[in-house]
Design a protein around this ligand. Sequence first.
Ligand code: PXP
Length: 238
Amino acid sequence: MKRLGVNIDHVATLRNARGEWHPNPINAALYVVKCGADSVTIHLREDRRHIKDKDAKSICDLKKVLVNLEVSMNKDIISNALKMKPDYICIVPENRREITTEGGLNIRKNFVKLKTIIFKFKKAKIRTSLFINPSLNDIKLAKLLKVDCIEIHTGKLSNKIKANINHTNELNRIIKSSKLANSFGIEVHAGHGLDYKTTKLLSKIKEIEEYNIGHFIIGESIFYGFSKVIKNFKKLLK
Ligand code: PXP
């Protein structure tokens, strides 16, 4: 069975819209796991636009929930993350002006910086992942960095499918990248822009073991509830 991580950042977005306390991301973390999610993902952004430090710390302290903390390469964020001790880390690129994470890391440009950061997380025994584009060169660099996992940015594929544009080349890039990473012993994850249709398509790639999905699950749950939506995804990932 492939694993499903639910990104609950947008529960915090909704809470922050009122500047009060409801809906509470800590309750969301507990609830999505009760509904069948294998882990929760939270992104502690440099501008703290959704998840705040206090949320991240409290969620990392929950004993019943496996937490995947997304972090940029920012020095303060890395040092906060090391103190919070999440189960998993995913290093992502971050640009203040973006609405969401628009692409994978530039591994070549940041190779030395990433090497130092990965070393710190591995020393703290935190499973570490790199958010990357489906590129064979980047997979080879990820191998040199001795990272545990990669998460393939599926945003381009999702956008093409949603816009009804031919997606064969992008899908092939994801397939080849997944196979290469797997042959290097790197665990393969996928995330960004996924919905039922794209997840079903990607679920056929046996090398992809984990899917991290946020916006669609939160939006769909407004109508059908977390329980039903998470069950639907788990069925697709069987
Ligand atoms: N995985 C990573 C590394 C991300 O940065 C994001 C977006 O924050 C997601 C998964 C979830 O993307 P979406 O909200 O589009 O499902």
